[in-house]
Design a protein around this ligand. Sequence first.
Ligand code: ATP
Length: 342
Amino acid sequence: MSDHVYLSLEALTLAYGDTVAVDGLDLSIAEGELITLLGPSGCGKTTTMRAVAGLLKPSSGRIMLDGRDVTRLGANKRQVGLVFQSYALFPHLSVYENVAFGLKLKGERGRDLEGHVMEGLKTVGLTQFASRKPAELSGGQQQRVSLARSMVMHPKVLLLDEPLSNLDARLRLEMRTELQRVQRETGVTMIFVTHDQGEALALADRIVLMKGGAVEQIGTPEDLYNRPKSAFVADFVGFENVFAVEDGKLRTADGAVPVSGTVPAGAAALAWRPAMVALGSGPHHGSVRGVSFAGGTREYLLDSSLGPIKAEADAALPVHDLGTTLAFDLPAERAAPLQRYA
Ligand SMILES: Nc1ncnc2c1ncn2[C@@H]1O[C@H](COP(=O)(O)OP(=O)(O)OP(=O)(O)O)[C@@H](O)[C@H]1O
């Protein structure tokens, strides 16, 4: 992966009629980077991808790719590959023919064509399936064909829009590893759209978390996971207890509540994952409204005067029944300090 900017979206704005779907988006991506676009439904992920692919014209802003302004360039001239959630394979063509399709349109024939198709199938581990029809393959295998079909065109950027969402949990994991391997081996720049934070954290060199058509936070998976900037990001990466800070106190359903320990200077809010809540002792109390078993841990939903609290305990410990009152604390030193509450 190189450091210089390879793809940049500059103040990109896209609208469908009166609906502004992407609003002044700025994003710089290095060559060979694997970026995930993460965010809730409707935040503009697909629209951004369609703009990069050349399928939608921006209302304003610029897209630069490999030193060239491609904002007004047609989709077929951009060398941008696309892999969708639906595999969009030609059902009547064999795996080989599906992968060969784009290369043939480019005029490839004979040995060159065969070499490139087989190389593409080898990259995704499907050489032995070359003569099958898509319907004779599993969902994961079909998605690999889709990937091979894009990769043989040697795209400058490969866009993947929720490519794993049609697969079951085990296949999803397998394909996630496979995608990572293909990306590392080929060094292709990838933008991967997902609304699954686990997938984004596992795959990405950097995550772009979007909100309302703009970037809310960009960073490595570790950055977002450990150092969310806002309550929106914190909530997205699993900090389920977030309180605004005012005059060194927590703003809660019960008014201003003192925090145990010292609030870091400049924190506009504090966020605790369920595992960061000290359960069993402390100045606050909550009644158990829900318990869920999560393998090694048990998660408790507590009704407290501060508002609802999610806390976690070792599953080996005796279970607390619904209605039991438990003491807890939200220690400042365990919390992630946020720059913004809103
Ligand atoms: N063809 C369209 N016509 C009008 N509005 C649209 C159209 N496509 C998308 N939108 C709107 O644009 C906004 C962004 O949509 P987009 O599909 O980019 O979001 P997304 O983040 O990809 O969502 P999801 O995760 O649900 O796919 C939404 O408010 C959506 O309702």
